[in-house]
Design a protein around this ligand. Structure first.
Ligand code: IMP
Length: 196
C-alpha cells in the first residue's frame, strides 16, 4: 500500500494551469504550487519528448524538497507538420514564449494547407514515495485559419476540439476542463491516487 500524501506539489507556477487542475482535483488533495513551497529554482527541461521532460521536472522537485510531486508537459501536435510544434510548443516562435507569436508562426506554416488535424497531448509524471508513474491525455481537433475567443491560453484561440464548434478560447473553463488533454491526464492521475 502506498501512503497517499495529502499534500501534493504540482511543479508549476502557471496560474491558468493551476486553476484548471484545482477545479478537477476538487478537495481530494491539497495541491501546492512551487510558489506555495517557496521553490524558486528554475527547473530544467532538457529533453525532446514530453515524457522525459515531465519526469525530469517531477524528480527534480522531489529530490530537492522531499515532496511527492507531479509535473506536466504538453504539446500541440499538428499532423501536416509531422507533430510540430510538439515539445517546442511554448517556444515555437522564440525563447520569449509569446502565445500570439507562436500562433502567428503556426498559422503561417499552415497557410494553404488543407489538413488541419491536430491534437493536444499532455503527459503527467508523478513521483510518489520514490516511485515514478506516467499518465497521458489527448484531445483531437482542428486548427482554424484565424484566432477566435479570448479565454484560455496558448493555442486555445485556434484549436477547435472534435465534436464542437467553438475554440477552447471561446468555451467556459469548466467545459474545456471536462474534455481537455490536461483534464484527461489529471483524471487518470486522480483515479490512480484514489486507488492506492
Ligand atoms: P506546458 O507544457 O503545459 O507548459 O505547455 C507547453 C505549451 O503548450 C504552452 O506554452 C502552450 O503554448 C501550449 N499549451 C499547453 N496546454 C495548452 C492548452 O490547454 N491550450 C492551449 N495551449 C496549450
Amino acid at each position: 500500500m502506498i501512503n497517499i500524501p495529502q499534500k501534493l506539489v504540482f511543479a508549476t507556477n502557471n496560474v491558468h494551469k493551476l486553476k484548471e487542475v484545482q477545479a478537477i482535483l476538487g478537495n481530494a488533495f491539497q495541491l501546492l504550487s512551487l510558489h506555495d513551497i517557496g521553490f524558486i529554482a528554475e527547473i530544467p527541461e532538457d529533453y525532446e519528448t514530453l515524457e522525459e521532460n515531465a519526469m525530469q521536472k517531477a524528480r527534480y522537485v522531489f529530490s530537492r524538497t522531499g515532496y511527492s510531486c507531479f509535473a506536466d508537459d504538453t504539446g500541440l501536435e499538428v499532423e501536416a507538420l509531422n507533430g510540430e510544434p510538439g515539445v517546442y510548443s511554448a517556444r515555437y516562435a522564440g525563447e520569449d514564449k509569446k502565445s500570439t507569436e507562436n500562433i502567428k508562426k503556426l498559422l503561417m506554416k499552415l497557410n494553404g494547407v488543407e489538413n488541419r488535424n491536430a491534437r493536444f497531448r499532455t503527459v503527467i509524471a508523478l513521483t510518489l514515495s520514490g516511485k515514478d508513474y506516467l499518465f497521458e491525455g489527448t484531445v483531437n481537433g482542428k486548427i482554424i485559419d484565424s484566432p477566435n475567443g479570448f479565454d484560455g491560453f496558448g493555442y486555445d484561440p485556434v484549436f477547435i476540439p472534435d465534436g464542437y464548434n467553438q475554440t477552447f478560447a471561446q468555451m467556459p473553463l469548466a467545459l474545456k476542463n471536462s474534455i481537455s488533454h490536461r483534464g484527461m491526464a489529471i483524471s487518470k492521475l486522480v483515479d490512480f491516487l484514489k486507488k492506492q
